[in-house]
Design a protein around this ligand. Structure first.
Ligand SMILES: [Zn+2]
Length: 694
């Protein structure tokens, strides 16, 4: 089936474009189309190319240096390679997703209207980026050949002056940069990032040239900043894109422009004008307070975290303390006052900021954490991990790696079905059917959808899975840091140019044992940093069987020594099942607990309860055993938690009810990983539930 999909994907491209291409053969190709340049040097091909960034402690490994070999992430990565990305390609290149059609129409290769939201170009670039990460490992030339054809069309769609956003190109009635809700800079950001990644992996410049032409257009347009453009940069991926382009080209104008998009915020009066009409203003887009003065995460969660991630990239180059201080404050605020136990962010679909601006899909008050109506857009959760990856590189503090891990294993993965072909946009922590009208709960869909009209999340998640091996390790000044665990091999050069080869064996996250073997390294001493998650208290590390002292959870364990080929570092993280409770100020989870084992948050779902049971009638018994059990045949192999819950039999029908002793019946059930919920048809689900102690 997978193979058919791949074939179909490229067939569709060949068949679909053949005649259209002929029609426009006269149209000039971009000059640089076939030009290639020398491959970038080692240490300059990271997902984030921070090798020469002066204010970064942990530098990227090159894309392709690490590959998942076995276990959890290897399975997910292979699904991305064989199903997620080819399937998404058929959607986006066909008439459902329409992403590619928009470029063809804008290029004059096809008749028709623009379809999809304003930001759909950006979603298409994300899919392209995901494809490149896969190519970096599997070297399937068909991927690059297909991208070359697409890039040619994108080049044709690009306007003479460098402008590139297909909805505006296709429509006659809207001028470029007339209203920020058209998301032009969002499309720009994903274009620049995707083109930089394409260049780093392939050495080709066909995509990069388009990005450069576009960035030059942006620079000329926005510098010096005209008054009517001050509020642009709505969904600010362009900051990350511009910094990455600066790193690729060394052209300082792009860094300056990136910084300008931060500096502009909060410098003008917050009133509606012709560039903002049709979408909430103020805190919604983080424009009420300058970033350097901000103390609270506000507004649309995706917008906020892309913005923070971009600012972290700028800091990596400029080292401006005020910027880092602000990012640290905002990280504290998000992580300790507005983040769900799954690493998800964006508590509500509609609401108000503490400064009373209207908010959509975003942050609300501190500790206000509804479960059922939590919005938690998949993109927002992914952006949280992107922000944390950058903060990890800046600070070297393992707490940021903990959040990456939390998102990756929970609120990121929940955005896609086990089969890899259906998607959630929002990721609530509880779902109830029946008496409650689903539509009124503002959480989009009762089950994952094979296509989302707003298609920002699926390619965002898929590119994250595709690039996850690039996040697994970082390079320290003299050594290597292990950020993520799972079976993999690493073959890279340390920052001093010496070669290093490692292999990691682990059944993480189902098992807490990790074994890292040195396959090749320099003879001089260097350090290995192992992230000991904050939850992994009591972790033990040995080298060739000899214990290493002072292993502290919530930090990197640092082992500096002369290494020899065959040295084995073993990490043993205790994987007991735990109850997690919220801060007393989170009213929504008072006297409720969630179940967590290692980095995995669990949930209980209808298929594991007697028929007709409402999830709100289930109570956890605090004194019953919580028994982990690996189930090979469930969701591709997961550890479930078996325990006895109590099911309440008397029903509460009124808004308020007189209390009598409830009738409770015991029931043995299995909790499943949260990310795997909603793969067995529609039903109810909850992460938190009330606890009863004997
Ligand atoms: Zn999204």
């Amino acid at each position: 089936m997978n193979k058919v999909l791949v074939t179909l994907g490229s067939f569709a491209l060949l068949l679909g474009c053949g005649s259209e291409m002929e029609n426009t053969a006269k149209k000039e190709k971009p000059e640089s189309d076939t030009r290639t340049i020398t491959m970038l040097k080692d240490n300059n091909r990271g997902i984030v190319n921070n090798t020469n960034s002066p204010h970064v402690k942990l530098k990227s490994i090159d894309i392709g240096d690490c590959r998942w070999t076995e276990g959890f992430w290897a399975d997910k990565w292979r699904t991305a390679e064989k199903v997620m990305i080819p399937y998404m390609g058929t959607l986006l290149k066909g008439d459902i997703g329409h992403g590619y059609n928009n470029f063809k129409i804008a290029a004059g290769l096809k008749e028709g209207e623009h379809k999809g939201f304003w930001w759909h170009d950006g979603d298409f670039y994300k899919w392209m980026e995901a494809s490149v990460y896969i190519y970096a490992i599997n070297k399937d030339e068909q991927i690059i050949n297909e991208l070359d054809e697409i890039i040619e069309v994108i080049g044709m769609a690009q306007q003479e002056d460098g402008y590139l956003s297909t909805p505006i190109i296709i429509r006659d009635d809207i001028k470029p940069f007339s209203n920020r809700r058209y998301h032009e800079l969002y499309n720009s950001g994903h274009l620049l990032t995707s083109a930089c990644i394409h260049h780093r992996v392939t050495g080709k410049t066909n995509f990069l040239d388009i990005a450069i032409k576009h960035a030059n257009y942006l620079y000329d347009l926005f510098t010096p900043i005209p008054d009517h453009l001050k509020r642009f940069g709505f969904n600010q991926t362009q900051i990350m894109g511009l910094v990455e382009l600066y790193r690729t080209t060394q052209d300082k104008r792009y860094l300056a422009l990136a910084e300008q998009f931060i500096n502009m915020r909060g410098t003008y009066k917050i009133d509606d004008d012709e560039t903002t009409k049709g979408y909430p203003i103020g805190d919604m887009v983080q424009e009420r307070v300058p970033l350097r003065e901000e103390t609270e995460a506000v507004g649309h969660a995706v917008l906020a975290l892309y913005y923070y991630a971009g600012a972290a990239d700028v800091y990596a180059e400029t080292g401006e303390k005020a910027l880092l201080d602000a990012l640290d404050r905002l990280w504290e605020n998000v992580t300790h006052k507005k983040m769900y136990v799954t690493g998800a962010v964006g508590q509500t679909h509609y609401g108000r900021s503490s400064r009373l601006d209207k908010i959509e899909e975003g942050f609300i008050d501190e500790y206000m954490m509804p479960n059922m109506t939590a919005y938690n857009e998949t993109c927002a959760n992914i952006c949280n991990s992107m922000f944390n990856y950058r903060m990890l590189t800046l600070s070297g503090d393992s707490k940021h790696g903990d959040i990456m891990e939390l998102v990756l294993h929970n609120s990121g993965l929940s955005g896609i079905g086990i089969e890899g072909k259906d998607y959630y946009y929002s990721n609530p922590l509880r779902k109830i059917d029946g008496a409650l009208d689903y539509e009124n709960m503002n959480v989009e869909f009762p089950e994952r959808q094979p296509y989302l009209k707003c298609f920002c999340c699926p390619p965002n998640l898929v590119r994250t899975i595709a690039k996850s091996p690039g996040w697994a390790y970082s390079k320290s000044e003299n050594g290597i840091a292990v950020n993520l665990y799972g079976g993999n091999t690493l073959e890279t050069t340390l920052l001093d140019g010496s070669e290093i080869k490692l292999s990691q064996k682990s059944d993480y996250p189902w098992d807490g044992a990790v074994q890292i073997t040195i396959e090749e390294s320099k003879s001089e001493p260097f350090e290995m940093l192992l992230r000991i998650p904050a939850w992994a208290k009591g972790s033990k590390v040995t080298i060739n069987g000899q214990p290493v002292e002072n292993i502290v959870a919530g930090s990197f364990a640092r082992i500096e020594r002369k290494w020899s080929v065959g040295d084995v570092v073993s990490l043993e993280m205790p994987m007991e099942v735990k109850f997690i409770e919220g801060h007393p100020r989170i009213e929504e989870v008072r006297n409720q607990v969630a179940i967590k084992r290692g980095p995995i948050v669990y949930c209980l779902e209808s298929p594991d309860l007697p028929k007709e049971t409402t999830i709100t009638d289930v109570y956890i018994s605090g004194s019953k055993e919580l028994k982990p059990k690996f189930q090979t045949d469930l969701f591709g192999g997961v550890t479930t938690i078996e325990t006895e819950v109590m099911i309440r039999k008397d029903t509460l029908t009124d808004m308020y009810n007189e209390v009598s002793k409830p009738i409770l019946e015991p029931f043995r059930t299995n909790f499943i990983p949260y990310y795997a919920w909603s793969n067995r048809g529609q039903g109810e689900m909850t992460v938190f539930m009330p606890i009863i102690w004997d």
